[in-house]
Design a protein around this ligand. Structure first.
Ligand SMILES: Cc1cc2nc3c(=O)[nH]c(=O)nc-3n(C[C@H](O)[C@H](O)[C@H](O)COP(=O)(O)OP(=O)(O)OC[C@H]3O[C@@H](n4cnc5c(N)ncnc54)[C@H](O)[C@@H]3O)c2cc1C
Length: 465
């Protein structure tokens, strides 16, 4: 019997464990992770040049530190970015937790430099242009770990947890929560060798990330864990030459812009900007290929990429946004023969697909070389496409050249955090003894807020007798 069983060793899960250890609450802590230790995670694409669809799990999203290991490692230091935790526990408390988690990252070797501070006049000018084009610029200082440095930081955390006596079961897939009479008693897991085991626990913390979001949604339905359907974000990853984004990159590093373009007035926003970065692919269970982006601290490309995401709300009778987003992703993958589709902005406006030879003569060389030139407009819903195209036009007024003919759009970019688990301020779900954290809970969308939520969880658990 473990005091605290944590399912999923992403930032949310590991910050829960780390803080429990630090508080010395005398509770036994066990982490169950379906992937591998961080030092054993490696994406073969660096050698093969194309995604080989690793089995049983994609190394990009699975293993110690979760989607954080191969992420760009941009820690958003403002409560305004990275999720809705402030709605649950209050804005000031969220900011305090972010500041605290930031100190923990520094203790484990994060770069001390913070981007986005120090040039207020230039920020003012960018904001003025944003206002004129009908967009909102969100202030958010950023600590950039960089993909390679993020792995080093998380390796130090992994070692610290093991040295502190936290049991971590790798290659161990949680299959089911054990719920009896409205109380969670632990979880049923399956090990690499196929052995299925029941792990009993006083408290069970589920932090399975975006890749576990649909599994958690199924568990909610099966065990009556109260939830609600949230929004689902579908969009594209845009890639332009660094020269186009230079000003914004230098002043802000990441420009967080939000708009509500006509005629639909749905929320559209930029997300995860990577100056000198690389477009990447991540794979979900069932083989769904989704585009993402990251950047290294030292190795730089000639391009900047960022996501443009469009929020989709659904109303009665439809209640399954994750299924909707998956269908859109599958259709896009179908047209790309299982790979990511890429199209030039100018070709979309001209109503034609992009051909490989057209990419070759372009100024913008795709940093995802195995993306397939094609027609994303044949797969993305009309409403999503119109929102994205109108948003790109608005950004062009802040960043001239953003809506250039050669600007690349990759699809599908999908964020699976639309299942929101209903909890109180102490992160208690409707099932006693069960808590849900991080991106899979629907309350966070980024490394820092997921980490902060983990710290909050640990403090609540440590305070119990
Ligand atoms: C390529 C990429 C770049 C990104 N860049 C940034 C960035 O720069 N800044 C930022 O703030 N965010 C970024 N993100 C998002 C960020 O990584 C996530 O928001 C964050 O990792 C969420 O933390 P989490 O702990 O909730 O979940 P995750 O990090 O997803 O971790 C969940 C863990 O649970 C495990 N798991 C899932 N299901 C099970 C199961 N059934 N049994 C056992 N284990 C399970 C998974 O293997 C995984 O290790 C990026 C994501 C990607 C993929």
């Amino acid at each position: 019997m473990t005091d605290v069983l944590i399912i999923g060793a992403g930032p949310a899960g590991i910050f829960t464990a780390l803080e429990l250890v630090k508080l010395g609450a005398g509770k036994s802590v066990r982490l169950v992770e379906k992937g591998l230790p961080v030092e054993k995670r490696a994406c073969p694409k660096a050698v093969t040049g194309r995604c080989v669809h690793c089995q049983p799990n994609c190394h990009i999203t699975t293993g110690f530190s979760g989607a954080g290991a191969f992420s760009d490692g941009k820690l958003s230091l403002s409560r305004e970015v990275g999720g809705d935790l402030p709605e649950l526990i209050g804005g000031e408390e969220t900011q305090r937790l972010i500041d605290y988690a930031d100190q923990v990252y520094l203790r484990f070797g994060a770069d001390r430099h913070v981007e986005g501070l120090g040039n207020p006049e230039a920020v003012k000018e960018i904001r003025r242009r944003a206002i004129v084009s009908g967009l909102k610029l969100v202030d958010c200082p950023i600590r950039h770990l960089g993909t390679e440095k993020a792995q080093e930081v998380y390796l130090r955390i992994e070692r610290a947890l093991l040295e502190a006596g936290v049991q971590i079961d790798f290659a161990c897939d949680c299959q089911d929560l054990l719920v009896e009479n409205g109380r969670c008693l632990g979880a049923r897991v399956r090990r690499k060798d196929g052995v299925v085991e029941e792990l009993r626990a006083g408290r069970t913390v589920v932090s399975v990330g975006r890749r576990g979001a649909d599994w958690l949604e199924d568990q909610c339905r099966k065990h009556g864990i109260r939830r609600e359907a949230g929004v689902v974000d579908i969009g594209v990853r845009v890639e332009v030459r660094n020269e186009v984004m230079e000003r914004v990159n230098n002043v802000l590093y990441e420009s967080k812009l939000i708009g509500y373009p006509k005629p639909f007035e749905n929320k559209v926003r930029t997300f995860c900007q990577n100056p000198g970065g690389y477009v990447s692919q991540e794979n979900y269970d069932g083989g769904l290929a989704v585009v993402n982006g990251h950047s290294y601290k030292e190795k730089k490309s000639d391009n900047t990429n960022l996501a443009i995401l469009c929020s989709h709300h659904f109303r009665d009778p439809f209640d399954d946004p994750i299924a909707f987003a998956k269908k859109v992703g599958q259709l896009t993958n179908l047209l790309g023969d299982g790979r990511i589709l890429v199209q030039r902005y100018g070709d979309i406006l001209s109503g034609k697909r992009t051909w490989p030879h057209e990419l070759q003569r372009s100024n913008v060389t795709p940093t995802l070389p195995d993306a397939v030139a094609g027609d994303i407009g044949s797969a993305l819903p009309y409403r999503t496409m119109v929102n994205i195209l109108n948003f790109i036009q608005a950004v062009d007024e802040i960043v001239p050249g953003f809506a250039g003919e050669e600007t690349l759009l990759y699809a599908p970019e999908i964020k699976f955090y639309s299942n929101r688990v209903l909890m109180d301020e102490g992160l208690n779900s409707s099932v006693e003894g069960l808590h849900c954290l991080g991106d899979s809970s629907g309350w966070t969308r980024g490394l820092m807020m997921a980490s902060a939520m983990g710290v909050h969880m640990a403090r609540r658990l440590a305070g119990e007798k």
